[in-house]
Each structure stands twice: as structure tokens, then as C-alpha cells.
Design a protein around this ligand. Structure first.
Ligand SMILES: [Zn+2]
Length: 78
């Protein structure tokens, strides 16, 4: 029996920099500047939609039409 199937629905995530769906065992490259929090995400992590991004002197914010706005402070939760 093949147990290598896809477990779906649990936590669908999208790469905020590429907009591609994040697959559990596939490493998704994050740009170095983005890893440092210097670059704003361009896609919503939850739905993969392109967000409206605004960079300001003290950070950035990005807005998904469905999931609202995130900013550089709220994204800094790791
Ligand atoms: Zn969204």
C-alpha cells in the first residue's frame, strides 16, 4: 500500500516571497534580505494572493485583500 499520499487541508502555507505553495519536505529558499526581515513579503502566507506592499522608513506593511494587513513588527514573531 502506498502511504506516500498528500495530507491535505491541515496547514496550507505559501511562501511569502515567491507566492508558491509550501510543501513540507521541499525546502523553499528565502532570500537572505528577507530572512533578516529587511524585505517585505509580497504574497499572503495564508492564501498566496499578491499583497499590496508599502515600505516605510521604520518598516513595512503588506495587505492581503482577504486576510488584512501585516507589518514588519507583527511578522517578527520567530
Ligand atoms: Zn490572504
Amino acid at each position: 500500500m502506498d502511504i506516500g499520499g498528500i495530507i491535505e487541508g491541515r496547514e496550507e502555507r505559501y511562501n511569502p516571497y515567491t507566492g508558491r505553495r509550501v510543501v513540507a519536505d521541499l525546502a523553499d529558499p528565502v532570500p537572505p534580505a528577507a530572512a533578516l526581515g529587511l524585505e517585505p513579503p509580497r504574497y499572503c502566507e495564508q492564501c498566496g494572493r499578491r499583497m499590496v506592499v508599502q515600505v516605510s522608513p521604520d518598516g513595512w506593511w503588506a495587505k492581503c485583500s482577504r486576510h488584512g494587513t501585516i507589518d514588519s513588527k507583527s511578522a517578527d514573531r520567530r
